[in-house]
Design a protein around this ligand. Sequence first.
Ligand code: GDP
Ligand code: CA
Length: 317
Amino acid sequence: MVSPDTRVTVLAGGVGAARFLAGLVRVVEPAGVTAVVNVADDVDLFGLRVSPDLDTVTYTLAGVVSPETGWGLVDETWQAMATVERLGGPTWFRLGDRDLGTHLYRTRRLAEGAPLSTVTAEIAGGWGAPCRILPVSDDRIETRVTLTDGREIGFQEYFVRERHAVEVAAVRFAGADDARPAPGVLEAIDDADVVVIAPSNPVVSIGPLLAVAGLHERLAAKRQRVVGVSPLIGGRALKGPADRLLRELGERPDAVGVARRYRDLAATAVIDTVDAPLAAEIEALGVRAVVTDTIMRDPETAGALAARTVEAAVASS
Ligand code: GDP
Ligand code: CA
């Protein structure tokens, strides 16, 4: 049994992390939960700052996410995009009418000089998210993807416009070297009873978080209480390019590859039942492997995974 007052900090990307968080707040007190969220997917479109992972986490926790996609708002309409299309503007990145209000608000507040962490708290409060949501940094970090043909493109161009169907040679996080952790981020790691690396893309969702000064060191310092949940099940991502990216970067595209990435930071790996045969290889890396069902079909199954994950980290420490 997980004690409801366990304080948990979650390193988060978008959809995979948001589902995990929605389960977590069912099994521990939401007031003790902090999500530290990737900002390297953020993009400026039509003069608006769009923060996809922050918004996915916020909308999911507030119960207003679109159930069809796992991102964007429920009951969305697309009139504004239809107008852009009529006028011949770019429509490869779709912004819904309801969702646009969030981007209008964020952009105006940033222009007024408010830091992203302040604006994020305002947006999370406005939508009614029950736990704390922090961008990993108030500074700009941008994932840049080099393709095997030598071109370098932005993350959303790779992910959305090219539908991640192009071969990647390298990934870098522009700005990460100079980015400082947002206020509260390092404290949220230090003060947590358990830190979870969410089942998010290890390369492009978790990678940028670990590149921010201090994060790697603080996690390594509490390795016994850090647990990573594999987003790869049977060697495949449930959605998105995590498996492809790991393979293209020369790493193993499975739960062993993920555990290897996190081995200095996380003493425990949570892997899916279908990957039970990989447990011995993970243990050989010096990482404890915990085998359970990791497919989050709904908030109940996500809650069960979150409980198992938190228990595993408490037991290992
Ligand atoms: P994005 O930023 O919206 O692409 O989302 P994330 O990086 O947070 O999550 C993408 C990853 O979540 C993919 O690699 C998926 O395999 C993983 N994922 C999504 N749903 C689940 C699930 O139910 N269980 C597990 N274990 N992983 C999941
Ligand atoms: Ca993302």
